[in-house]
Structure formats: structure tokens, C-alpha cells
Design a protein around this ligand. Structure first.
Ligand code: GBH
Length: 415
């Protein structure tokens, strides 16, 4: 347990704000928002200016690891070309400050904020973006590889393909349905290319952060529907990364070039699981082009977002991963958390985290990262969903630790 990573997670676009500062270029999400209630992330938690205060909060919390993401448009404002020094300096200072107080930096290189100019050229629909991503990775690794503990090239590629390109609920808002599938291959390829680059820079540990959900058939007649959903959500990324092959159902649809699967399938030092809830499926009704249909899970309590609270699903999912991929490296839960209304007294969040932390430990994980340190910009839901251990007042930017913050501090310190 001494080496267990007790962490919190955030992402650049959701907390930084300061769109124009430090030479940052625009990202796809700058364009896509406003979303819910006309919210946008141009200020968000103003972390770009308040990061020292946020590191101090983490010191108080007692975590020994902090997972954050680097904004590609701060490093390369147009997604290619030379480094924007001011952008890289920002993360360099953050990494130094974390190391100074004994918090291990865990870096995600891409958490959905594609430079707008790359998107104009086709974004993840193009193969070329994998090369661009490798160049960007080299710029960051060159400066930070000596101090970063864990590297995660891409956060939740499934959400990029599905929400971003298939159904359009996320940036870049495309509704290509099955025609979005090539983005999955390009995301996987970018992962593989980044792993190669990170190895060349002697990165300490390289892994991934994939989102996973146990797919439950609604009835024994719906097993095929659940399996189809699982192939798209769980295995489209995990299988090629961990075993060098695509799930049967999609293999023929992927634009694979000779040698790609070797690039994608490289040894990883850890495997990150982002878990929120299971999903229930049934066979599609007449006229539905998809091979499944979602069914509500209504026998469990729910979070503020309406997501069912099922801690055992986390253990179930990690066991399923190990069964399918016996070579699975040590697992970190790279995101686990819930949204609830704004209260400081958040017994519901404490219960959620307590249940999921136990479920994670039952699956013998190497680390657990709460999503999230701060209330932040929750993508298409704007500021309407609050996931923070710390409450943020968006008028004053005041940070107030919730009860769950104090609870987590005690869990970590063993008090
Ligand atoms: C993560 O995505 C992101 O990495 C992070 O940026 C984000 O803030 C965080 O989660 C919270 O959303 O319709 O009831 O079946 C999470 C991906 C996809 C998980 C949708 C829950 C639907 C729940 N999520 N999923 S339900």
C-alpha cells in the first residue's frame, strides 16, 4: 500500500480558462461551446492564473499524485510547428511546484481540446493527425519526461469517436454515425505513436486512460445487443492496444495500414480505467440502424447527473478486462467520481467515493484518482454538474473544500 497512488484528476479545458493568454491557440471546444445555459469555458476555474492556490489545496488534501492534462493549443497554437514557449513554461512550472511538495505529476496529453486548425483539416478523421500528435508529444516529453511519473497519451478515445464524431454531442459536433469509425483507428494510432516517442525520451511509465462500462443485457435475449455495445465502447481501443487486434464486428471497417497494429500494440506500464456506471442494453427496435438500444438502470440510486450508482460495476469491469487481456498491466482507476448539487455538506459524494474506492481495492488496483479536484466545466452540461471535492463559486472563484475533501484527506492519511 505504500506505493499506492492517491490522486485527483482534472483536464485543461475544463479548469484553465484564459483562452487568449500565453499565446494559446483556439481549440475545437472554444467553438463548440456555448452549451447548456449559454456556458462557455473562457474563464472556467481560472486555474491558469490560480494554479498555485490549487496546488496548495492538493497539499492540504494530502494526495501523492495529480492527474492533469496539457492543452495542445498552448504548446502548438495551430497544432503544428515550433513550440509556444510560454505555453510549455506554464506546465513546466506546475510540474516543478508539484514535485516540490511531493505530488507526482500524471500527465494526459490529449483530453479533447484539439487545436481548431487541425480540425479544419479533418481532425481525427485524417491519418495525418497521428503524426502531428507524435510531434506534439516530443515537444512536451523533451521538457517534462524527467519529472512526470505517469503518461497518458489520450483520455477516453471512445468519447471522441462516439460523442464527437458519431452523434455530435461533443466537439467537433459531427453526426457521422458509423462513418466516424476511422477516428477510432487514428486515435489508436496516435496513442501508439506517442508511446514510441515517450519511450525515446525515457518516460518513467506510459499507459492509457480508457473509459469502461459493464454492458448488461436487459434480458437473456439481449446478450448480442450488449456484446455489440461492449465491442464499440470497451474493446475498440483496449483490444488493439493490449492485444494488437480489432474486435471482429469492426475489424473490416478500420482503415488499417500494414504495420499499424504493431505501432498500436506496445507494452504499457499501467492501464488506466475511467469508470462511472454500467450500461443496460436491449435488442434494437424496428428501424434503429444501431445493433443495440439503451435501457434505463432504475434499481439503483443515482447521481445528480442521473447516472446509476453501482460500485460493484468497477470491480466487475476490471475483472472483465483481466479476463479478456491476461497480460493487463497494473491498473489505476484514473477517474471515478460523481456530480451532486452544490452543497458543501456532500454525504452523498462521500458514500459514492467510499463505495467505489472499496470496489477498486477489491480489484487490487495500484491507484485511485477522484474526478475531480474542483467543480469545473462539464462539457455539454456546462457548469450545471458539479464533480468537485472542492466547491467553486464561479462569480468570485472562491474555492471551498467540501466534506468529501476532508473525508478523502482522512482516508489518505489513515487517520
Ligand atoms: C469523463 O467522461 C471525462 O473524462 C471527464 O472529462 C468528465 O468531466 C467526466 O467523465 C464526467 O463526465 O447515460 O447514465 O449511461 C465520462 C464519460 C460518458 C461516463 C457518459 C458516463 C453516461 C452515463 N461518460 N456516461 S448514462
Amino acid at each position: 500500500m505504500r506505493d499506492f497512488l492517491w490522486g485527483v484528476s482534472t483536464s485543461a479545458f475544463q479548469i484553465e480558462g484564459a483562452f487568449g493568454a500565453g499565446g494559446r491557440g483556439p481549440s475545437v471546444w472554444d467553438e463548440f461551446a456555448p452549451v447548456h445555459d449559454n456556458d462557455n469555458a473562457s474563464v472556467a476555474c481560472d486555474h491558469y492564473h490560480r494554479w498555485r492556490e490549487d496546488v496548495a489545496l492538493m497539499t492540504q488534501l494530502g494526495v501523492n499524485a495529480y492527474r492533469f492534462s496539457i492543452a495542445w493549443p498552448r504548446i502548438q497554437p495551430t497544432g503544428k510547428g515550433p513550440v509556444n514557449a510560454e505555453g510549455l513554461d506554464f506546465y513546466d512550472r506546475l510540474v516543478d511546484a508539484l514535485v516540490d511538495v511531493g505530488i507526482a505529476p500524471v500527465v494526459t496529453l490529449y483530453h479533447w481540446d484539439t487545436p481548431l486548425e487541425l480540425e479544419a483539416q479533418g481532425g481525427w478523421l485524417t491519418r495525418d493527425i497521428a503524426d502531428r500528435f507524435a510531434d506534439y508529444t516530443a515537444l512536451v516529453a523533451d521538457r517534462l519526461a524527467d519529472r512526470v511519473k505517469l503518461w497518458i497519451p489520450i483520455n477516453e478515445p471512445a468519447m471522441v469517436t462516439l460523442q464527437g464524431y458519431a452523434i455530435g454531442e461533443h466537439a467537433p459536433g459531427k453526426t457521422l454515425l458509423f462513418d466516424a469509425l476511422p477516428t477510432a483507428h487514428h486515435l489508436n494510432l496516435a496513442h501508439g505513436r506517442a508511446v514510441e516517442v515517450l519511450r525515446a525520451y525515457n518516460a518513467q511509465a506510459v499507459g492509457t486512460a480508457n473509459n469502461h462500462t459493464p454492458a448488461w443485457p436487459a434480458t437473456p435475449n439481449d446478450v448480442a445487443a450488449a456484446e455489440a455495445y461492449s465491442q464499440i465502447h470497451n474493446w475498440l481501443y483496449a483490444d488493439p492496444m493490449l492485444s494488437g487486434r480489432y474486435p471482429d464486428a469492426v475489424a473490416d471497417l478500420m482503415p488499417v495500414v500494414d504495420g499499424d497494429l504493431q505501432v498500436i500494440h506496445q507494452p504499457l506500464d499501467f492501464y488506466g480505467v475511467n469508470y462511472y456506471n454500467p450500461t443496460r442494453l436491449k435488442s434494437p427496435s424496428e428501424g434503429n440502424p444501431l445493433p443495440f438500444e439503451l435501457v434505463e438502470i432504475d434499481e439503483y440510486p443515482r447521481t445528480g447527473f442521473g447516472w446509476p450508482i453501482v460500485p460493484s460495476g468497477l470491480t466487475e469491469m476490471i475483472n472483465a478486462l483481466r479476463e479478456r487481456h491476461p497480460n493487463l498491466p497494473p491498473v489505476h482507476v484514473t477517474e471515478s467520481g460523481c456530480s451532486f448539487p452544490h452543497q458543501i455538506e456532500d454525504a452523498d459524494r462521500i458514500a459514492y467515493l467510499d463505495g467505489h474506492l472499496r470496489a477498486a481495492q477489491e480489484a487490487d488496483v495500484a491507484g485511485y484518482f477522484v474526478w475531480s479536484l474542483l467543480d469545473n466545466f462539464e462539457w455539454e452540461a456546462g457548469y450545471s454538474q458539479r464533480f468537485g471535492l472542492v466547491h467553486v463559486d464561479y462569480e468570485t472563484q472562491a474555492r471551498t473544500p467540501r466534506d468529501s475533501f476532508h473525508w478523502y484527506r482522512k482516508v489518505i492519511s489513515g487517520e
